[in-house]
Ligand binder design. Structure first.
Ligand code: VGL
Ligand code: ZN
Length: 197
């Protein structure tokens, strides 16, 4: 999709995944170069807001003793504890007041990498007549991957904002493998500069 302009339609929505302090520089589960997604997503927010298109923001919103934490036998450092500073959206992310916040992974004993898992996201999108999602955020190989897979499984088209995602890369190559998996399933990789201004 490089070169051609990609036109936004009234049935598009923006989904920003987990751009929260704990996934950013100095956060408890900092994603390498995660801060770089913010200026790109701010431009995306401006494009969608200008057209009054829906903007969703998912957030990881864990209880203090969440099962994904190392202290509980999980694989992650404690992160994104509900109501904590680390769980707040990046202060520099220009989320408009109309943005719809989707909290996920709120149950102690269950992790949820997808913004669709255990939330009303699919029904909210359907009730707004959305058919295509522009998805960016953190992290490519976890919550972006699983949100994109569930979006496709729920029948949405997906434009993956490849310049607005960054991987954890617990294992080298995880991010690239995730992008291959998402595009293999039908997500269209797009750069924000391909989206018409
Ligand atoms: C995420 C690891 C643990 C993510 C959430 O948002 O990608 N990654 N919890
Ligand atoms: Zn988490």
């Amino acid at each position: 999709m490089v070169g051609d302009a990609l036109l936004l339609t009234p049935r598009d929505a923006l989904v920003i995944v987990d751009v929260q302090n704990d996934f950013l520089d100095h956060g408890n589960l900092a994603v390498p170069n995660g801060d770089e997604v913010i200026p790109v997503l701010n431009r995306a927010i401006a494009l969608f807001a200008h057209r009054s298109l829906p903007i969703y923001a998912t957030r990881d919103w864990h209880p203090v003793d969440h099962c994904s934490f190392k202290t509980q036998g999980g694989i992650w450092p404690p992160h994104c504890i509900a109501q904590s500073k680390g769980a707040e959206f990046a202060a520099t992310l220009n989320l408009p007041p109309a943005a719809i916040v989707v909290s996920k992974a709120t149950t102690q004993g269950k992790d949820a990498y997808s913004g669709f898992e255990g939330t009303r996201l699919a029904s909210q999108l359907h009730s707004q007549n959305v058919e295509r999602l522009f998805i960016g955020g953190l992290a490519t190989d976890y919550c972006v991957l699983n949100t994109v897979k569930d979006a496709l499984a729920n029948g949405f088209k997906v434009a993956l904002l490849i310049d607005a995602i960054r991987p954890v890369n617990l294992k080298a190559g995880d991010g690239e493998a995730a992008i291959d998996e998402m595009t293999g399933l039908g997500a269209e990789p797009v750069r924000l500069s391909d989206v018409e201004a």
